[in-house]
Design a protein around this ligand. Structure first.
Ligand SMILES: C[S@@+](CC[C@H](N)C(=O)[O-])C[C@H]1O[C@@H](n2cnc3c(N)ncnc32)[C@H](O)[C@@H]1O
Length: 325
């Protein structure tokens, strides 16, 4: 790496890309996979048979719709349903449909880092479920948590589906859960999906599909850097690589340089050198069991109220409350 003049890192994207590519080993954050193209690729991933997570959570929400909705039900004032990292709301719609049809008093507030995801979700919901009051916002989890605290005039239900929490290492996951807990008052709920440990091969296949969709999704981050930061990554010279450690329960995605190269990113005044077979770590997808979820919750000051699982026991959605609330 050599950078001549100090660049202006005036957006979080620039700052994070600069930091990640000037460290050893190199890394990029998975939240930057998601732009219009990344959102579409993730929808394709959810439709793959190998990506069991979506079907399992879909089954849980379909089998337990009424019980989950009853947990959400507020007092006479109703509730705000705040979803972090909502994506295309494929599974959330099961709940929204039930809540709408049964005249629950609520506002649905989806939040996502991708403006495209929020715009598309708002549009499809206004067509498919016109009775539901939808107020979407673009935002990053840790930023919007400050704003979430402002919804405190009535019950708050915070929802995080898709095992999105698995993108955070345990330390950061505890910080995230603790911040959520701080924004919750008595009676508020956190409803969150956690992908469970299982046959390592099943897990590996979910992130390593033979159609190459996950590889294209992983590489989208390099296309974004090329397009938005005037970079010249030779994207085809990187290989998608997935690993899963059954001991820690951590799946990791990498982009591996297949040859030595120098990449310039004009908007960052940065030249990045890669040795052959050097890696960029791009994503973690943590897998859990009850003990680990209990530990994370306890560290963050949350109690598990109940949990729901799918018929195969691959995935679980937990209901949390504040301890002593
Ligand atoms: C794995 S997808 C899951 C989408 C949806 N929850 C589901 O279960 O189908 C992750 C979603 O979270 C969003 N996201 C990822 N990192 C984020 C962050 N740090 N802050 C806000 N949204 C984020 C992405 O744009 C994407 O829509």
């Amino acid at each position: 790496m050599n950078n001549t003049t100090k660049p202006t890192l005036d957006t979080a994207f620039k700052k994070d890309v600069f930091e990640g590519l000037t460290q050893f080993p190199k890394y990029l954050y998975s939240k930057y996979f998601y732009d219009e193209k990344g959102d579409k690729l993730f929808q394709d991933i959810m439709n793959m048979p190998e990506y069991y997570l979506t079907d399992c959570e879909f089954d849980i929400l379909s089998l337990h719709t009424e019980a989950i909705a009853e947990f959400f039900r507020g007092s006479g004032h109703g509730f705000d349903l705040i979803e972090l990292g909502a994506g295309d709301g494929k599974k959330t719609k099961i709940l929204l449909k039930y809540l709408g049809e049964n005249d629950f008093n609520f506002v649905y507030r989806p939040i996502d880092i991708s403006q495209n995801a929020i715009d598309s979700l708002t549009k499809t919901l206004s067509n498919e479920l016109p009775k539901v009051d939808v107020r979407g916002e673009k935002g990053e989890y840790f930023e919007v948590l400050e704003r979430v605290q402002e919804y405190n005039t009535r019950k708050k239900v915070i929802m995080v589906l898709g095992s999105n929490i698995g993108n955070l290492l345990h330390k950061r996951a505890i910080e995230f859960l603790a911040k959520l807990k701080d924004s919750m008052r008595e009676g508020d709920l956190l409803f969150m999906g956690f992908d469970q440990k299982k046959d390592p091969e099943t897990i590996l296949n979910a992130y390593n599909d033979p159609h190459g969709i996950t590889a294209t999704f992983n590489k989208n981050i390099l296309h974004r850097i090329n397009r938005e930061l005037d970079g010249n990554f030779p994207v085809d010279d990187f290989r998608h690589w997935e690993s899963y450690n059954p001991e820690s329960g951590t799946a990791k995605s990498f982009l591996v340089a297949e040859k030595p190269m120098e990449v310039t990113i004009a908007a960052l005044n940065l030249t990045v050198k890669f040795d052959a077979w050097e890696t960029i770590h791009t994503e973690i997808s943590q897998k859990y069991d009850d003990q680990v979820v209990e530990w994370l919750a306890g560290e963050a000051g949350l109690d598990i109220e109940t949990s729901y699982t799918d018929p195969k026991g691959y995935y679980k959605n937990y209901v949390f409350k504040r301890i002593n609330a």
